[in-house]
Write a protein that binds this ligand. Sequence first.
Ligand SMILES: [Zn+2]
Length: 255
Amino acid sequence: MYTGIFDTHTHYVHKAYNADRNELLGSLPAQGVDCVMLAGCHLRDSLLNIQLAEQYPHVWCAVGVHPKHLNDLAPDWIEQLRTMAMHEKVRAIGEFGLDRSFEGYDAEQQQEVMMQQFALAKELDLPVMLHFRDATGDALEALRQVRPKGVVHCFSGSAETARELTDLGLYLGIGGVLTYENARKIVEALPVIPDDKLLFETDCPYLSPAPDRRARNDSRNIAVVAERAAELRGTDAQTLIHIAAENGRRLFGIS
Ligand SMILES: [Zn+2]
């Protein structure tokens, strides 16, 4: 069993855990997972994150509005987010960003909502948890302009993009995608990520590692991702788990 695992991006308020949420979360430290960050997708999700994080010393959270959840956004959403972000369990703004992968997206609104969350994070001196999909060009442009501190979650880009993002000071969240058979780009990119910019994440319940990518994911599967990452970097999984956990604690201010 590995120790000191930090899962930096999860969705434990998801209904997939309704039957055993407390049992599962409560059992994680005894199984080597001693730190978990919950990512927020919209206002209600963010509030539930805070309530869940309050129950466990090893659980922390982010609050944010995901680019896929911009319909019926409350007019005062940014004020609501600011109020939530003041909570001591909140250690990041996110997940937010740009997503061009679905039908009917509003690029202008995504940009606007992203920029407001960048501004809020800066104002509160919190890191950001970023979601970018099919929008690398616009994402890089925004990042060069804003220079946020934070993590690009579920990174699956090229070695070149990995270099560019880490040169900007960003951390890269690596998860189950690394283990997929068709994961070519991220397999090439993994070795170029500097030690001090590597984070592990599950994005659970999504993105279970191979071979059963449709199964419900949870933080224990960081072990599978770390083993593959260690193979690609010529080191051992436990060493990488410790390095990545230390990075996560530094980024999110968790001692
Ligand atoms: Zn997520």
